[in-house]
Write a protein that binds this ligand. Structure first.
Ligand code: 89V
Length: 338
């Protein structure tokens, strides 16, 4: 498998390092910004650098296009790949606009390409361990899943575009949490969301609370903010509590998991490996890039849909857009399928 990558912003550095970590070469790189693409190519010793996406696609010599640009760049890149019948991986969220997501889905379905979303949150080590325990029946039948991401981390220092986004936390982070909620609890058929802007210097909503009803009957509760000020903050950790009829799993600071049943509490660390290319401030997230890419590579090589295939991710995005609709209407809504 050989990859071409478009987008040379903050995230691409870790994405390219992640591909290298699993032995997949990035053979060509594109950005409309000539300095950025030159710097990225030099940094990673990539021979082919382009400022024209169509040119890179026309030159070929790779199997998959990895779309690692800012959100507004996703639509044209995914459409261009679909038009050429080229398999494509796109960063989450595909878009913050349902009509753009529908266009991408239509184009990928019509061309019949293999398409996937780089949705790495659910690949964080603690969530994989939690899911194993649930599948093993360790806590019986889950009846409530709580995910909490309450941060004061200056996220805009590295990703200034998030400060200007009309749709912010539900689209950027809510996508991750809703996807992880699906991974842990299955599909949700109804939700209620409250969203608001706390910081006056941020354009979109920077705080949200979501109540979910899973098809299983379990309840979900997701809380997220970047406007937090707490004594024991820990970026980029999601804290979690899953309650079942025979026990519970708690995820706390330092990726520490606590499995409690009638026999007592078992404590286990789910700390990720510390890759030397990862930013220590983002370790949990950056290390999950590797596990996500491994799944994407294996899926592509064996010709099966990825765990986070485009089709699968549409279900997550249905929940994200349902959150915006619910917050606007002030009532519970059912997610609309793409
Ligand atoms: O992973 C992400 O999507 C990032 C961050 C965790 C900083 O929100 O944008």
């Amino acid at each position: 498998m050989r990859v071409a990558l478009t987008g040379c912003g903050f995230w691409s550095r870790f994405q390219i390092a992640g591909w290298r970590e699993i032995g997949v070469p990035v053979v060509a790189v594109h950005s409309r910004n000539p300095e950025r693409v030159r710097a990225t190519a030099e940094r990673f010793g990539i021979g082919r650098a382009y400022t024209d996406l169509d040119r890179m696609l026309a030159d070929g010599g790779f199997d998959v296009l990895d779309v690692c640009s800012d959100v507004p760049g996703h639509l044209p890149a995914v459409l261009a790949a679909a038009e050429r019948g080229l398999p494509v991986i796109c960063q989450k969220p595909l878009s913050d606009k349902p009509e753009e997501v529908a266009r991408m889905a239509d184009a990928c379905r019509a061309s019949g390409i293999w398409w996937a979303v780089h949705e790495n949150w659910r690949f964080q080590r603690p969530f994989r361990a939690m899911r194993r325990w649930i599948d093993d029946g360790a806590i019986g039948v889950p009846y409530r899943i709580r995910l909490t991401f309450l941060q004061s981390f200056p996220v805009f220092d590295n990703q200034p575009q998030l400060k200007e986004a009309e749709r912010f936390i539900l689209s950027d982070l809510g996508t991750h949490l809703l996807d992880t909620a699906r991974y842990l609890g299955g599909e949700a058929d109804r939700l209620f969301c409250l969203a608001g802007r706390v910081r006056p210097d941020v354009r979109g909503e920077d705080s949200a609370t979501v109540l979910l009803r899973f098809e299983s009957g379990a309840h979900g509760c997701l809380e997220m903010t970047y406007a937090g000020l707490r004594e024991r903050d820990e970026f980029p950790s999601t804290f979690a509590l899953i309650e079942g009829d025979r026990g519970s799993i708690e995820l706390g600071r330092g990726a520490e998991l606590r499995l409690t049943t009638s026999r007592g509490t078992r404590v286990e660390s789910a700390r990720p490996p510390a890759y030397d290319w990862a930013d220590p401030a983002y370790l949990l997230v950056h290390s999950s890039i590797v596990d996500c890419l491994l799944e994407l590579r294996d899926a592509w090589v064996s010709g099966r849909p990825a765990e986070t295939s485009g089709e699968d991710n549409l279900r997550t995005l249905s929940l994200v857009f349902a959150c915006y609709e619910s917050a606007e209407r002030g009532e519970a809504v059912r997610p609309r399928r793409f």
